[in-house]
Design a protein around this ligand. Sequence first.
Ligand code: ADP
Length: 546
Amino acid sequence: MTPRASLQQSVPMTPLSAVPVRQLNLPNGGTLELLSHVLSLLPNPVYVKDRQHLWVEANPAFCDILGRTREDLLGKSDYDISPPDQADVFWAMDDDVFLTQGQNINHEALNNAVGETLWVESQKSYFKTEDGAEYLVGILTDLTALVDIQARETALAAAEGKALASARAKSEFLANMSHEIRTPMNGVLGMTQLLRGTGLTDQQTEMVDMLERTGDALLSLIDDVLDFSKIEAGRLKLSPEPFDLRQMVDDVVVLLGSSARESELDLIVQFAPSLPCYVVGDRGRIRQVLLNLIGNAIKFTENGYISVEVDGRVEAGGLHLSASVCDTGIGIAEDKLASIFEKFEQADGSMTRIYGGTGLGLAISRDLVTLMGGTLTATSVLGTGSRFRMDVNLPIVANEPSSQTDADINPDIKGLKILVVDDLPPNLKVITTQLERLGLCADAVGSAKAAVEHLVTASQSGDPYTLLITDYHMPDCDGLRLTQTLRRHESFKALDIIAMSSVSEGSVRESFAAAKVNDYLFKPITLANFDRMIMRSAARLRGDAP
Ligand code: ADP
């Protein structure tokens, strides 16, 4: 027996000699016979040593572990079967028990007769008979299985930690890449939109259409990959805020209306009239799910219609929303219905070639709805059509604010004096050209430092800027720090500041709000959004809007 490590020091316990000895209730002679039988049946290795450290009894389990017969062991000591240095250790432990007349428990590794390493709990107890003879009773308990489980659990926890760290690193890398790709894409798409308004021939318009479509497709692919990595790393957080449900559904349908029209499909919206519209939820993410479902419905429907049915019931101050997207498309085979929600799964591999796509959309949508505490389910009949249904609970905003639409904002924007700051010249060009289209003149600078210089000079000359449009990501000082710096000075407290970002994380929104950014837009910036943003700024500066 080779003790290789002791995991626990001796523990003082009630000495065996202090436990009252009770006679077994058996006829004379039966007691010993029975005890010997019990010992031979015990799965624990058990032995008895006398005061000279010699074995006087050993049960079969103990003999098995040492690979020796009982006859071979009795009358021998540890020095007869173990190397002297190990026998020294056992001898000292036995002495400890004899001298203290107590008990000790150690956890140790030992090699059994067939060379396996076992982790055992070794318990040695003192015992003295009525005639004064002293003994040591040793009991071993094999803990190997337990230690293996613990080791496996530790290894599993370590592997999990490693996987999480690598998923996080991947997620960060993808977030950076996404930003790097989005920023130039913003320039490409912005220029494409402007190009459209320059009197193009039919052929050129077709080319611009293609440019825009491929640009949009690339952006949505980047978004999917980014979301997927965030979900994998457990980093996707929802940003609930009050929003107008009907408005959001209308926006989605307007957005996808043209692709439905191109495919000669009717896109119908049925919004239950009694449904409360002003609710709290992550507007962007609910919109993303609807976009995915309606986008798929359009993609997988050759002819017929797509219907978006928004219904629900009010329960305990909340809206149980059921939004379904139904189509008359190709449908999905029953045995594929569950797998289409798996990542990278498509109902038919060959569809990739016909319809395109990554197989990520539904997986992300389901993860998002689950994150909201809801469900996303599908029913379908092959060749007839499909129905995807999202169920989610959304708190209702008690006092619906009198919704001020953009149409209510006075479009008089001529009085704005605008400074634009962005480190990338193509972005500056896109923004200033978009402003020119609205009849607005703007100054453009390439860094936060230059922006501060311009703002200070203008303010000192008595003709201050009223609106600053700043990029969020800039190398020397980002838009957030620029805003924070400006807000510390009395002369820039009233300056209207709009930030533009290619990252739409909830944390970025919170930081913008905390830094007192008046408004923000996430790239790519469409003309419609851009125009609305300028209208809102003008309204704020007139004191017409918050
Ligand atoms: P993608 O559309 O990019 O392939 P999704 O995860 O959105 O990825 O969809 C996964 C698969 O589910 C699709 O490839 C298609 O096979 C099937 N699918 C999704 N929506 C529909 C639908 N409305 N009609 C038929 N099949 C659909």
